[in-house]
Design a protein. Structure first.
Length: 229
């Protein structure tokens, strides 16, 4: 009986030590909240490699962590890996399909990842699907912005009209986005007009005032015009 006990003792000891090591390893695991914070700090410092390390580790520890999935997608875009970014962001969207601004952030980056792949048809389909499914001001603003980038002038203008019509009276963002698009398209007068509408909503905005100065316009009470909805 004692011989049998001695024969099994090494196995028992090894099992106990293995369990102890596993417990210590789990106990030393960095929580995903810490990894995300470190990753975001790295992004702010433009240390993409460290951000990649932190967010990727968080995803490996918990594949259901939508926020880490999202940030991995952001990092992949910065690294020029647009297809991988798209795949990761689609996972994040699946995990966080209806959560207001959080979902919209994912959709913004998803649109950028598809645009970076030079796939206008896929991008148009993604933008339309988001507009159909969520139908927020931000969805139509995004749609207008990216349709403008791929040369769909009519589609872009229609999307911006929808965004402006849906926006709250104190929301200048659709007008600013429209101005950005018109400016990029070379329509200076149209851009100024859109900025004037935004300025009527935010007359104290220094950023808008600076844009007027860029066009040689002195900001003041005569600049704003009533928004057209």
């Amino acid at each position: 009986m004692h011989a049998t006990s001695r024969a099994f003792a090494p196995r028992t000891l090894a099992a106990l030590l293995g369990g102890l090591l596993l417990t210590l390893a789990v106990g030393c695991q960095e929580p995903n909240s810490l990894l995300r914070r470190q990753g975001m700090e790295a992004l702010w410092a433009n240390d993409v490699a460290r951000a990649d390390n932190r967010f990727t580790k968080a995803v490996k520890q918990d594949p259901t962590d939508w926020k880490s999935q999202y940030y991995v997608g952001v990092v992949r875009i910065k690294q020029g890996q647009a297809l991988e970014a798209q795949l990761v962001l689609e996972k994040a969207l699946t995990l966080r399909p209806r959560e207001g601004d959080e979902t919209q952030d994912i959709l913004d980056s998803l649109a950028e990842s598809i645009y970076a792949q030079n796939q206008p048809a896929n991008l148009s389909a993604m933008l339309q699907k988001a507009a159909d499914e969520y139908g927020t001001v931000r969805d139509y603003t995004r749609q207008g912005t990216y349709l403008g980038k791929i040369g769909d002038v009519d589609g872009a203008k229609l999307a911006f009209r929808k965004a402006i019509k849906m926006a709250q009276k104190d929301d200048p963002q659709p007008f600013i986005a429209l101005a950005d698009y018109l400016e990029s398209a070379g329509d200076t007068q149209g851009a100024i007009r859109a900025l004037k509408m935004a300025y009527s909503i935010m007359p104290r905005s220094e950023r808008l005032a600076e844009r007027f100065r860029h066009y040689g316009i002195v900001p003041g009470p005569t600049v704003p015009i009533e928004p057209e909805r």
